[in-house]
Every structure is written in structure tokens, then in C-alpha cells.
Design a protein around this ligand. Structure first.
Ligand code: DHB
Ligand code: FE
Length: 285
């Protein structure tokens, strides 16, 4: 049976990808950001996940004002890194897992979550930067990736509670997949940031720290926070954080926190990162 062994969260700041791609990772500004992921790189090399369900948001790359799916799942064999204006990032092709993705789609849709099924999609920094932070610069990504795209770009975003419940539905789907797979789920984006308007540059450490604590230890309470609180306190792009609740919903109610990292600044955002072990999904506890 497939099992979810761990959850990971990480910011997806595009400038982090650019720093890596352009050989600036050792610069004084970026070195502390990348050092924050040294633990993760060692840990994931030992874990060797077969599949990562990567919850992220598209930034008007694959989707646009023309079509805005609230939740979409990538069921393709592969996903090409997108050109976001500076050429595609020099990162490997992303290989999907069409069988598990289709099973998740069926299971989740039949339990009343209406996912949009995407069979062709380019993936932007929202997906590739988390892969780079966790795996560095390999020739091939070492696992399959199932993209789950969430609309947090155009109003209205889904509520935190809807995301949390979707995570639980994804968990049931993975648990009922009849193949022995080590699956991780990642929630990406965040933390507090605002890219435009009079409050551009907003960072709220107090909010971010409360969010991290509740995500780990009291997600039922966190799931009740209304979207407007994210926007007011964490900035217009801080709403990306609701995606982390999908990750958390897919884990046991109690988890083992292996890693917490928080760093300011990285471009316009606070970088946050967690690794949560899922006790019931660990093969030899
Ligand atoms: C930045 C952060 C984002 O989440 C994003 O999608 C684009 C830019 C930034 O900090 O610059
Ligand atoms: Fe973003």
C-alpha cells in the first residue's frame, strides 16, 4: 500500500531559483537561506521518496484570467519547466505519476472535492524552486512529482478549512492506492509577503511564527482562520500559506517535527520551512 511518510513545507521565492541557477548561492545574502536547507538535503537523500505530491500555486503561467481552477491535479507523464520571461530554468524535466494522480483524482472527486484534471501543463517557480531547495541541482529529479495547483492568485482563494479537508481527502486516496510507494506531500509558497501596492515589502514575523506553531501542533484551530486574516496580517501574497494546510491535512493529527527554519529576508518574503514526519507512514518507527 502507498503511505504518506512525511510532509514538507517551503517558500518558493523565484529569486532563490535565480540565485542557484546563476551561481550565487554562496553569496553573503543567499548563503544563510541555502544553509537552512542543508538538513533537508541530507534527510531527503535518506528518505528516497518515490513520489512527492507537490501542492503549489501557478503564477499566471499555465493558467491566466481566462481559466482559473481553484484546485487542479497534474495527471501527465511529465511537466516542462516554464519560461517565465527569462527563459526556462535550467532544471530537469518533472516526471509525474499518472497512475497515482488519476487514482487521487477519482478518489477525491468521488468524495466531493471537484479537482480540475490537467493533462498538459508547464510548471513555474512555484513548483521548481521547492524542488531545487530540497534536492539541489541534480541531473534528474530523484522522484516522481504530482503537481496539485491551488488558486491563491485571483480572488477568491479557497478557505484554509477547505484546503485542510482536501488534504484529508488526499490522504484517504493515497492510503487506498494498491502499490507500495513512499509518498511525501509538500505545501509550498508563503510566508508573509506582499509584492504590490502601498504595503509592498510587508513581513510579519509574529504572524509567521504563530502560523508555524499552529500548523504543527493545532491545525484544527488554524484551519478556522478566515482568508482575510492572512491578507491583513501576512500581506496579499501571504494567502499562499493556505496551501500548507493541504499538506497538514494529509498527515496524522500528531506529527514529529524534524525541522523548523525561518529566515528574513529573501527577496520580498520571509522564508519558512518545516519537515514533519508522519508517524503512521514511517515503515520502521
Ligand atoms: C516573490 C515571492 C513570490 O511568492 C512570488 O511568487 C514572486 C516573487 C518575491 O519575494 O520576490
Ligand atoms: Fe508566489
Amino acid at each position: 500500500m502507498a503511505r504518506i511518510s512525511a510532509g514538507v513545507t517551503t517558500s518558493h521565492v523565484p529569486a532563490i531559483g535565480a540565485a542557484l541557477d546563476n551561481g550565487k548561492a554562496a553569496d553573503a545574502y543567499w548563503a544563510p537561506v541555502f544553509a537552512g536547507y542543508d538538513y533537508a538535503k541530507r534527510w531527503i537523500a535518506q528518505q528516497q521518496p518515490d513520489v512527492v505530491i507537490l501542492v503549489y500555486n501557478d503564477h499566471a503561467t499555465a493558467f491566466s484570467q481566462d481559466i482559473i481552477p481553484t484546485f487542479a491535479i497534474g495527471c501527465a507523464d511529465s511537466f516542462v519547466p516554464a519560461d517565465e520571461g527569462w527563459g526556462p530554468r535550467p532544471v530537469p524535466l518533472v516526471h509525474g505519476h499518472p497512475e497515482l494522480a488519476s487514482h487521487i483524482a477519482q478518489s477525491v472527486i468521488q468524495s466531493d472535492f471537484d479537482l480540475t484534471i490537467v493533462n498538459k501543463m508547464e510548471v513555474d517557480h512555484g513548483l521548481t524552486v521547492p524542488l531545487s531547495l530540497m534536492f539541489g541541482q541534480p541531473v534528474h529529479w530523484p522522484c516522481r512529482v504530482i503537481p496539485v495547483a491551488v488558486n491563491v492568485v485571483v480572488y477568491p482563494p479557497p478557505s484554509g478549512n477547505r484546503c485542510y479537508q482536501l488534504g484529508k481527502a488526499i490522504r484517504r486516496a493515497v492510503d487506498s492506492f494498491d502499490e507500495d510507494l513512499n509518498v511525501q506531500i509538500w505545501g509550498t509558497g508563503g510566508m508573509s509577503h506582499q509584492l504590490q501596492g502601498p504595503r509592498a515589502g510587508l513581513i510579519n514575523r509574529d504572524f509567521d511564527e504563530r502560523f508555524l506553531e499552529l500548523l504543527v501542533n493545532d491545525p484544527d484551530r488554524l484551519a478556522q482562520w478566515p482568508h482575510i486574516d492572512y491578507v491583513r496580517e501576512a500581506g496579499s501574497e501571504g494567502i499562499e500559506l493556505v496551501m500548507w494546510l493541504i499538506m497538514r491535512g494529509a498527515l496524522d493529527s500528531r506529527v514529529r517535527e524534524l525541522r523548523r527554519f525561518y529566515h528574513v529576508p529573501a527577496s520580498n518574503t520571509a522564508v519558512g520551512h518545516l519537515i514533519l514526519e508522519n508517524p503512521s507512514g514511517v515503515r520502521n518507527p
